[in-house]
Design a binder for this molecule. Structure first.
Ligand SMILES: [Zn+2]
Ligand SMILES: [Zn+2]
Ligand SMILES: [Zn+2]
Length: 226
């Protein structure tokens, strides 16, 4: 960590000790026999911003590429995407057999593995809920990468970055405001997100100031009232 600090952060306001606290290695990804590996760090929002801007980190003589690690949140209790087990109010579902009220360690199921998320979506579901190629995982991942801090989700994903570039290129303004209700709420899918963004030219944006997202709606996308 000291090398990383000396080679990358000496001129910044981040101290070596600060960096140790702010940039914590969490995961190692990739093939162990391969020449390079991916290290996933958890870091502060400030550090994340500067790392994403420079897109590289020098370690000894190697220049490492930096990119955002996107992993949709899956609850280890009910297996659904979009929340953590610590906030789960649903029944425990087994990641191996998709039955309720036991976990994979207690599972006595001898038959084919089943994924509760794909079963609910009427998709091919004969795999574990944590299977790397699970269609429900892909769907959750795609929702994750469409986010952008421009319209107030906590992080910007890959697709969110593309939308941001479009917004900048056309000198548009995102009218979403902090504190607005979540725009997409689907209890059936247990998904909540700020998936919709209201864009306007800067002149027109003054006319769309007083709008709000209201709770009643006939679909899982909420209504916007002016
Ligand atoms: Zn849950
Ligand atoms: Zn089970
Ligand atoms: Zn699945």
């Amino acid at each position: 960590m000291e090398t990383i600090h000396r080679q990358n952060f000496v001129d910044s306001c981040v101290s070596s000790d600060g960096l140790k606290k702010d940039m914590v290695p969490r995961l190692r990804k990739g093939d162990r026999s391969a020449k390079s590996v991916y290290i996933v760090f958890e870091c502060s929002a400030q550090l994340r911003k500067s790392a994403i801007e420079t897109l590289k980190l020098y370690i000894d003589f190697v220049c490492c590429r930096v990119k955002e690690y996107i992993e949709p949140m899956r609850c280890y209790r009910c297996q659904r995407y979009g929340h953590l087990a610590s906030r789960c109010k649903l029944k425990e579902v087994c990641s191996v057999c998709a039955e309720v009220e036991h976990n994979h360690n207690e599972c006595k199921w001898q038959g084919q593995e089943q994924c509760t998320n794909c079963k609910r979506d009427n998709n091919e579901h004969y795999h574990r809920a944590d299977f790397w190629d699970c269609p429900a995982y892909t769907k959750a991942y795609e929702m994750e990468i469409t986010r952008s801090t421009l319209w107030y989700p906590p992080v910007t994903g890959e697709r969110g970055t593309l939308v941001e570039q479009y917004v900048m290129a056309w000198v548009l303004r995102a009218c979403n405001q902090a504190g607005h209700l979540l725009m997409y709420v689907s209890p059936a899918r247990d998904a909540e997100t700020y998936i919709d963004v209201t864009l306007a030219t800067s002149k027109a944006s003054w006319h769309v100031l007083n709008w709000e997202v209201v709770e009643e709606s006939s679909s899982d996308h909420r209504l916007i009232l002016y």
